[in-house]
Design a protein around this ligand. Structure first.
Ligand code: ADP
Ligand code: MG
Length: 278
């Protein structure tokens, strides 16, 4: 299949994760039900969106979570981040029980797992200058303050390919791709070990998407960042992920290294997704 952006995408040396030991993120039997919007009709007043999901992400590894819209990818991402309470199962991050973490541990997790959404304004305050917003989040988490924080802002902007002057502007002054770079910089300001990217490049046009994906791939290598890369775009998964997990109707139907899953799918649903690729 032809790939959007073609050769502009990075081709990564894939990791052999078989000998890496304990995963950074371990999800077991994760389930999630939402209260039905039609609770009026009694009997089935819950919508089960995740069904006993198992998932591992090792350090430095990028896992692409693929599947059609509505399959539960975002819900899984939000449960992992504890932004939405799970209904059952467990999530362990670096040995910490995510779903039951309180106090210091909860704060610690909020720093070490960061997220970039499709909408950059989910994490960028439109009223604040970019530099101030990043300084503030570093201050709140005790990462840096004052001159050290300002230096760090400059470093982060450079890291994501923006110039220092960006710090004194507000998010509206930037293009879509630049805003995603800012959202990435803000996430990196907290020195996370895991970055969840939920359709982070999906709203961008092909050329810009390729540039931002290239940035994410570079950051994952340069910083050893682990990534949960949520996308409905198999082309992106193919060129970017070490491993792929395929989600259908709230369950993982297949997972494995990107090459095998996408070149020799074992599950009919994966094959159908691949066949439907543009
Ligand atoms: P994806 O990210 O794969 O598109 P989602 O996790 O957003 O899937 O959605 C999975 C299912 O859960 C969909 O049927 C969606 O309508 C439902 N859903 C998502 N969020 C909520 C919510 N807050 N309340 C009720 N149902 C929801
Ligand atoms: Mg989604």
């Amino acid at each position: 299949a032809a790939l959007p952006g073609g050769s502009a995408f990075p081709t990564r040396a894939r990791m052999d994760t078989s000998a890496l030991g304990e995963p950074l993120l371990r999800v077991r039997g994760l389930s999630k039900s939402y209260p039905s919007r039609r609770r009026f009709f009694g009997a089935s007043n819950e919508l089960q969106v995740l069904h006993a999901v198992d998932l591992d992400i090792h350090r430095g590894e990028t896992l692409a979570l693929v599947g059609e819209s509505g399959s539960g990818k975002s819900t899984l991402g939000r449960c992992v981040l504890n932004l939405t309470p799970a209904s059952g199962g467990s999530v362990t991050f670096d040995g910490i029980d995510v779903l039951n973490a309180r106090g210091v541990q909860r704060q610690w997790l909020r720093q070490r797992m960061q997220v970039v959404f499709q909408d950059p304004f989910a994490s960028l305050n439109p009223r604040m200058r970019v530099g101030d917003a990043i300084e503030e989040v570093m201050l709140v988490h005790g990462i840096a303050r004052g001159a050290r924080a300002r230096d760090r802002v400059a470093e982060l902007l450079e890291l994501v390919g923006l110039d220092v002057q960006a710090a004194s502007r507000r998010p509206h002054a930037f293009s879509g791709g630049q805003r995603q770079r800012l959202a990435i910089a803000r996430a990196l300001a907290l020195e996370p070990e895991l970055l969840v990217a939920d359709e982070a490049v999906s709203a961008l046009d092909a050329t810009v998407r390729a540039q931002v994906v290239t940035l994410l791939a570079r950051l994952s290598e340069q910083l050893g960042l682990s990534m949960l890369f949520i996308t409905h775009d198999l082309g992106l998964a193919r060129h970017f992920a070490d491993r792929v997990a395929v989600m259908q109707g709230g369950g993982i139907v297949e997972s494995g290294d990107a090459e095998s899953v996408l070149n020799a799918p074992q599950h009919a649903y994966t094959a159908a997704l691949l066949a439907a690729e543009p």
